[in-house]
Design a protein around this ligand. Structure first.
Ligand code: CA
Length: 163
């Protein structure tokens, strides 16, 4: 009985120590963000009639950042825009096939606190699932969805116009 109690106390202490170690002073190291999405009817549409999903993120540091778009179903294409102080967008990067296969990969010099819009697009019009990976320099990733009642056509170039 008493040895069971000692054992239970030791176990509780061990769990407490592990939990405290996990807190590690409060601030966790930034991690990459992975998002599973799908291009399909109802998404934003670019000038070349392809579907596009929009994501906003914020740089956590001034460093090179990377976004990868992977898919087994669509020919991935990525655009990155920098959000200006006037709210407008400036295109800073675009890529078709720098990832493996037809995957897209963009690298750009992120500036701490700056907001970027990443557009997950495809080279040809088509529906399909994809995975986006934002490197750890980019955080607070949020999707910008079209409003239900609104126009979903989006200004800005499509993949074929970028080539
Ligand atoms: Ca591609």
């Amino acid at each position: 009985m008493s040895s069971t109690r000692v054992c239970a106390s030791l176990m509780a202490l061990t769990i407490l120590v592990i939990a405290l170690a996990g807190c590690g002073g409060g601030k966790k190291d930034p991690q990459p963000t992975t998002i599973n999405g799908r291009l399909e009817s109802g998404d934003w549409v670019l000038g070349d009639d392809t579907y596009v999903d929009r994501y906003e993120c914020k740089a956590r540091e001034t460093a090179e950042a990377q976004v990868i778009m992977h898919s087994e179903e669509v020919d991935c294409f990525l655009f990155v825009y920098r959000k200006r102080s006037d709210g407008g967008l400036t295109l800073i990067a675009g890529d078709d096939d720098s990832g493996s296969g037809l995957d897209a990969r963009v690298q750009f010099d992120a500036v701490d606190g700056t907001v970027y819009e990443v557009r997950a697009n495809s080279y040809r019009r088509g529906s399909g699932s994809y995975t986006l990976t934002f490197s750890k320099q980019l955080g607070d990733v949020q999707q910008i969805r079209p409003s239900d009642r609104g126009e979903t056509r989006l200004p800005g170039i499509g993949a074929k116009q970028a080539k």
